[in-house]
Design a protein around this ligand. Structure first.
Ligand SMILES: Cc1cc2nc3c(=O)[nH]c(=O)nc-3n(C[C@H](O)[C@H](O)[C@H](O)COP(=O)(O)O)c2cc1C
Length: 264
């Protein structure tokens, strides 16, 4: 993470202790009547900035300023998300592997990445990289197709569910116009970010699927990684979103097994 510094404006601070009470790392202390960070070596989650009633705390070094929460509209206990609409969206979404030829506008790609960026990461590390593949899609797919020919026979032998898979030149991306590889050293955080991205893509009217196969190809092939400009600091490919405009209509929901839940 970049260098950040927490500053408390002592004239503005009213010493209410809200920051100290909310800091998850017990880093904000109340020195008599003024708040101060015990150390600058903290995860910079910004709870102190967000909770301060008088805007006395700031953190330098971010590319953006904190945005005031619109009055009475949003926040942890108030949401604009409709639970019925969300459940309906989850129930009727499908992995889509058939796409029209239409491209995905750049503004939409920006919004999809923004959904990933806004998603929380463990210790606020934000160590995720996004590789947007459009122009070099065909050559990267061709490289992955070459590779899969080598390991698919063994994979088919080991996993009977894979036996029906046919590896043609569109095996990985299914002619989708947009592919985004999400890479990180932290698998869980990046997976959560990727799911937010998929949800945003679906909210924008797009459709697609996660490609475990291409993710595997990226992690196996140094040639693909180098063509993508992927470096060691990017960690591993965690997942790949393959996205576009659906050319298929599903008329029924997916059947799922019952959730295995233990109430303790
Ligand atoms: C982590 C992950 C990896 C996946 N990898 C692939 C893939 O490489 N190719 C593919 O066609 N579908 C892939 N899928 C899609 C699943 O096969 C699909 O989600 C599952 O069959 C359920 O179908 P549904 O998404 O339509 O409900 C993947 C899904 C997930 C969550």
């Amino acid at each position: 993470m970049k260098k950040h510094t927490i500053t408390v404006d002592e004239l503005a601070c009213v010493g209410c202790g809200a920051c100290a009470a909310d800091c998850p790392a017990n880093n904000m202390k109340l020195n008599l009547t003024k708040a101060a960070p015990a150390t600058q070596d903290c995860m910079m989650c910004g709870h102190c900035v967000a909770v301060c009633p008088v805007g006395a705390i700031s953190i330098s070094g971010f590319a953006e300023e904190p945005v005031p929460v619109p009055a009475g509209e949003y926040g942890p206990a108030k949401t604009s998300l409709d639970p019925d609409a969300l459940e309906t969206a989850l129930r009727f979404r499908r992995s889509v592997r058939r796409f029209s030829h239409k491209d995905v506008p750049k503004e939409m790609i920006g919004r999809i990445i923004e959904a990933g960026r806004l998603t929380p990461t463990a210790v606020n590390a934000q160590g995720t990289s996004y590789f947007v593949i459009r122009k070099h899609r065909a050559e990267l797919e061709a490289e992955a197709v070459k590779l899969v020919g080598k390991f698919l026979p063994a994979a088919k032998a080991a996993v009977p569910k894979l036996r029906g898979f046919q590896v043609g030149q569109n095996f990985f991306f299914r002619r989708a116009p947009l592919v985004i590889v999400v890479a990180s050293k932290d698998k869980v955080s990046a997976s959560l970010q990727a799911q937010s991205m998929m949800t945003m893509a679906e909210a924008l009217g797009l459709a697609g699927f996660f490609s475990g196969f291409f993710t595997m190809a990226v992690n196996v092939s140094s040639k693909i990684r180098s063509r993508m400009g992927m470096k060691k600091k990017d960690g591993k490919a965690v997942t790949t979103l393959v996205l576009g405009w659906s050319s298929v209509t599903y008329r029924r929901s997916a059947q799922r097994e019952e959730a295995r839940v233990k109430w303790l």
